[in-house]
Design a protein around this ligand. Structure first.
Ligand code: ADP
Length: 510
């Protein structure tokens, strides 16, 4: 602590005054120390926030930047900072409005506040960064801007995220599909313009409400199923269903629902895209009606053609005309193939419209298999159709439709074994004779594992050199799977390329 000199003490002032002065001096020194400490604390706090600070003296033109401020601007080493240098590093397109903001803050009739976000071209590499500058102008008694102090912070990351969000929001808003998000409890959290258009509810009417509002009463169970599937993290794609508009109208939609996750990968909600497929559905109905009508019309002349062929065949056999018998047999095979094809088209059209119904009867499975294998043998001379059954196993099912399943499987086995060989159709009893596993196996071209997964999809055909000349529509196995689904059963396949395939299905013994 500084002390007044002894000379001053002794010669000029009385002791009491000197003591008073010493006390005041001590108070000032304490305050100065306090101020310094506070300044240091403030600086520490500022350092921790990555805030740069600047201090401008408009009357002298002096401009000072803190280390963090220099760091944000990409400044290294000692550079003399002044207003010209500062303006030079504002991104050209932003210079006008930054200038305007500075002038506004320095206008003595205003509040002196300054808050502006702009781009800078950093020193050195000229890279562009977004910053937010805030400050306050202090005016002197003559209303002159005397000091202008403030902070800068780099907001590039936030700006980039904001731009990305804006882009995404624009995509979502301009989409023709309804896009919404909801919580895991089914409460709507966002609702885009197309959702408003398609469902007739505004975002205001839907956000915060249950999604059940747009689900018809008889379909509300679907929501629980969707939620439980999605909670397990699974996605749901092109799920075709029916939803309800605000005016009560029903519409066909295709839904794609995916889980939304936070940065820790926890599922925090669901995003849902709904496509209005009413038009497409109506088109499908028209197409199915057309297929059904054409198939039906083809059936009648084909049936009479087949009966004439049968009559001629009997006559030719009787007249012992081998050439005629052979030709008519071939004609008969072709008409049979055509009948099966038409039958498949009719079934497809019925299935699509949900018009398929089962006519269940009790019948001997072995009889049906023997019948079908016999017919199939008639079609081919290079394959041997083996039957592996025991008589008397009764099942309760739609005989014609199970017949259609077996015809499809056996004719595929023949078709996809172009070099011939053995085709076996049979069954084995299982589960104490309560179930029967029917199988059709061949020694044909076989199927790759990747194709095996898709075989039962509508119109799916394997693309492969070896079988590219074999014709078909890709509906046989789809029908097989659907008919079996109606019988609470399913089809499976085991296959190896170049070795052969075995198709299996299970039915209950009656
Ligand atoms: P299609 O035979 O009219 O193409 P399917 O739906 O009956 O239609 O069969 C779908 C596809 O599955 C076929 O294109 C074929 O590639 C494959 N496939 C079916 N059965 C067999 C089989 N037994 N062996 C090898 N490939 C088969």
């Amino acid at each position: 602590m500084r002390r007044l000199s002894n000379t001053m003490q002794n010669s000029l002032l009385p002791t009491q005054q000197i003591e008073e002065l010493q006390q005041r001096l001590a108070v000032y020194q304490r305050r100065e120390q306090d101020l310094k400490e506070r300044e240091e604390m403030l600086q520490m706090a500022i350092d921790g926030t990555k805030l740069g600070t600047w201090d401008y003296h408009p009357l002298t033109g002096e401009l000072n930047w803190s280390d963090e401020c220099k760091h944000i601007y990409g400044l290294t080493g000692d550079v003399n900072i002044n207003m010209d240098v500062f303006v030079e590093h504002i991104y050209p397109e932003d210079q006008v409005f930054v200038n305007r903001a500075i002038h506004k803050a320095m206008d003595p009739s205003g509040d002196g506040n300054y808050d502006v976000a702009y781009r800078i071209a950093r020193f050195g590499d000229n890279s562009v960064r977004w910053i937010n500058a805030r400050g306050k102008v202090h005016f002197n008694r003559q209303k002159q801007a005397e000091r202008f102090i403030g902070t800068v912070v780099d907001i590039t990351d936030a700006k980039t995220a904001e731009e990305k969000n804006a882009k995404l929001a624009a995509i979502v808003d301009s989409s023709d599909d309804a896009i919404a998000s909801k919580t895991l409890e089914g409460i709507v959290t966002s609702w885009n313009k197309s959702a408003e258009r398609i469902f007739g509810y505004t975002a205001e009417e839907m956000i915060g409400q249950s999604i059940l509002k747009i689900i018809p009463t008889d379909r509300q169970h679907e929501e629980a199923e969707i939620l439980s599937k999605l909670r397990r993290g699974e996605r749901m794609e092109h799920f075709e269903t029916i939803r309800k508009r605000k005016n009560g109208e029903l519409l066909d939609v295709s839904l794609t629902i995916s889980p939304m996750r936070d940065s820790q990968n926890n599922i925090i909600g669901l995003s849902k895209i709904a496509r209005d497929i009413t038009e497409k559905k109506q088109e499908e109905v028209r197409k199915n009606d057309f297929i059904a009508m054409v198939s039906h019309e083809l059936k009648t002349p084909l049936t009479s053609l087949r009966s004439y062929i049968q009559i001629l065949l009997t006559k030719s056999k009787h007249d012992e005309e081998p050439f005629m018998v052979n030709a008519l047999r071939r004609a008969d095979i072709q008409t049979k193939k055509m009948t099966a094809m038409i039958q498949d088209f009719l079934s497809l059209a019925k299935l699509e419209e949900g018009k398929i119904s089962l006519n269940k009867v009790r019948f001997d499975l072995s009889d049906l298999i023997t019948e079908i294998a016999g017919d199939a043998q008639y079609f081919t001379s290079i394959h041997t159709i083996k039957i592996d059954t025991v008589p008397g196993v009764m099942i309760h099912a739609d005989r014609d439709k199970i017949g259609q399943v077996l015809i499809n499987l056996v004719s595929n086995a023949i078709k996809y074994s172009p070099k011939g060989g053995e085709v076996t159709v049979g069954f084995v009893l299982q589960d104490n004779d309560t179930k029967v596993e029917v199988y059709v196996s061949d020694k044909g071209v076989g199927i790759k594992p990747a194709d095996q997964k898709n075989l039962f999809k509508k119109f799916y055909r394997v693309k492969n050199e070896e079988i590219k000349t074999i014709s078909g529509f890709g509906i046989g196995l789809y029908l097989v799977a659907e008919i079996l689904r109606y019988h609470n059963s399913e089809i499976s396949v085991e296959s190896q390329e170049g070795v052969g395939s075995t198709f299996r299905l299970q039915l209950s013994v009656a």
